[in-house]
Design a protein around this ligand. Sequence first.
Ligand code: ADP
Ligand code: MG
Length: 152
Amino acid sequence: MEKECTVDTFSEEETKALARTIARHLTPGDIIALEGDLGAGKTTFAQGIAKALGIPGPVDSPTFTIIKEYEGTLPLYHMDVYRIDSPEEELGLEEYFYGDGVCLVEWASRVEPLLPDSTLWMFLTVKPDRRRIRICSKDPRWNSLMKELAAR
Ligand code: ADP
Ligand code: MG
């Protein structure tokens, strides 16, 4: 079974469509870690997830607030931990990571020691004509998603 896969998206809409596909696999307590430079599409992806969870929006970057909460078919916790210098600084985050909502974490590598192995990691890179998105997890919990993405 594939433990990782790579998806290329050629527009904002395609990244949101990918989010829609992934959203169908989400259950309470899931964490999606988003890594990628400024403008790579992390917030765009989060907007796609929010829409798929029935959240009317707007969903914008939580850079200054660190966490924004939304009530959808599942609770959504959208975080941007760019401003966190050390994981220990923000102990409150673990309550969200081990809670009953879905966590989307922009700049997740900054709090990597706090994230469980079940985290779905997404690495977004900017190419001249596309975003290349590598998706992986240590946990077989995501195997059915990987299989679906590989078949796209
Ligand atoms: P980040 O949160 O990673 O800083 P944003 O999602 O805020 O990035 O911004 C991504 C920008 O790139 C948006 O302006 C979006 O329209 C543009 N864009 C162009 N192509 C894509 C793509 N394939 N996927 C996502 N965003 C894209
Ligand atoms: Mg962002």
